[in-house]
Design a protein around this ligand. Structure first.
Ligand code: FAD
Length: 316
């Protein structure tokens, strides 16, 4: 069966959910091989990867990989593409994953597709392009297809793989060492799920009105076990931190459910959320463009509707 490389995303030794999604997707295309780059690999990580279908696990555990930002991962994958000749390489369509994909495409003289939200067994990707304005189906016709897949586009399903481990030594080039990590600052993540990985996102926009009012957005998010997002109008106003901005110049999310409260639905905001499976919009203006996109729309004042919604959810 064709080998499909999956670059593992991991934090503090824990495999991130998006990797389980990619392994699930890879199983529909061939035999998944997980690629672990950097320190932190453990028996628990191995078990997790095998549980979701990794037949093989390449482990390049050198600290050097973690110390030199993105380029070493592209070098590692390029080496594996050359030695294993996989049918495709899958990475998560995160900021880092997309950069790895681009660098790998150059190194292997291959085509790359980013922001895929689906991938058929013929390696035809469903892609969201032009800031999310257009959906296309595309296929790489040169080299080894490299596809960056958006988090939450596939539901992760366990199905055991062989989990055969293979250690890989990488001798990094000088170019890969050109940028070095000098400091890591832990972010206060709180109890909420990470924005790009969350199954539910509740976002607030200018209609929220103030930083203090974001408490009602957070309450609804907490009742639903969701992440909080914000439009650029809200982050630029200083009402919510920039790292939670959703859109063209913010994060791209693809949750099962996206609730947009007091957000008009500008193209730049849509670019970051329109591949959400179900979109609910709360807006007092019935003509707001977000309603063209929404599966469910509530016309009214969010300051009344959001707390009512929270109360209802808390009752269940
Ligand atoms: P507005 O457009 O002002 O909409 C506020 C909405 O709230 C209105 O529809 C209004 O009817 C509603 N409302 C007001 N009060 C209430 C209430 N009490 N109850 C219910 N509804 C209410 N934007 C992003 O979001 N993300 C990006 O990444 C991004 N990148 C950009 C990049 C570029 C290059 C540019 C030029 C712009 C970018 N923008 C981005 C900005 C974008 O164009 C919009 O200005 C922004 O998305 C508007 O945010 P908003 O919907 O919160 O505000």
């Amino acid at each position: 069966m064709a080998e499909i490389l999956v670059l593992v995303e991991h934090v503090d030794g824990e495999v991130k959910k998006v990797t389980l999604e990619l392994l699930t997707l890879a199983r529909t295309l061939g035999s998944p091989s997980a690629v672990w780059a950097g320190p932190g690999y453990s028996e628990a990580a191995k078990a997790r990867l095998a549980e979701y279908g990794a037949d093989k696990i390449y482990v390049a555990g050198s600290q050097d990989i973690a110390d030199h930002v993105v380029a070493p991962k592209a070098e590692l994958l390029a080496r594996l593409v050359s030695s294993a000749s996989p049918a495709a390489v899958l990475v998560a369509a995160t900021a880092e994953g997309k950069e790895v994909a681009g660098r790998l495409a150059i190194k292997t003289d291959s085509g790359v597709l980013t922001d895929a939200v689906g991938l058929s067994d013929a390696l035809v990707a469903e892609q969201s392009i032009f800031g999310g304005g257009v959906n296309v189906r595309s296929k790489v016709v040169k080299g080894t297809p490299i596809v960056a897949v958006r988090p939450n586009s596939t539901a992760p399903e366990a199905s055991a793989g062989a989990g055969a481990e293979e250690q890989v030594e990488v001798e990094l080039s000088d170019a890969a060492k050109a940028a070095r990590v000098v400091e890591r600052v832990a972010q206060d993540k709180g109890a909420r799920p990470e924005l790009t990985e969350a199954a539910i996102v509740v976002s607030g926009g200018r209609g929220v009105g103030s930083a203090e009012n974001f408490a009602i957005i957070e309450k609804l998010a907490d009742a639903l076990g969701a992440a909080v997002g914000a439009s650029r109008a809200a982050t630029d106003a200083g009402w919510y931190p920039h790292q939670f901005q959703v859109g063209q110049t913010g994060k791209t999310v693809s949750p099962q459910l996206y609730i947009a409260a007091g957000i008009s639905g500008a193209i730049q905001h849509r670019a970051g959320m329109q591949t959400a499976k179900t979109i609910v919009a709360i807006n007092k203006d019935p003509e707001a463009p977000i309603f063209e996109l929404a599966d469910y729309g509530i016309v009214g004042d969010l300051h009344q509707i959001v707390p009512q919604l929270t109360e209802e959810v808390q009752k269940r």
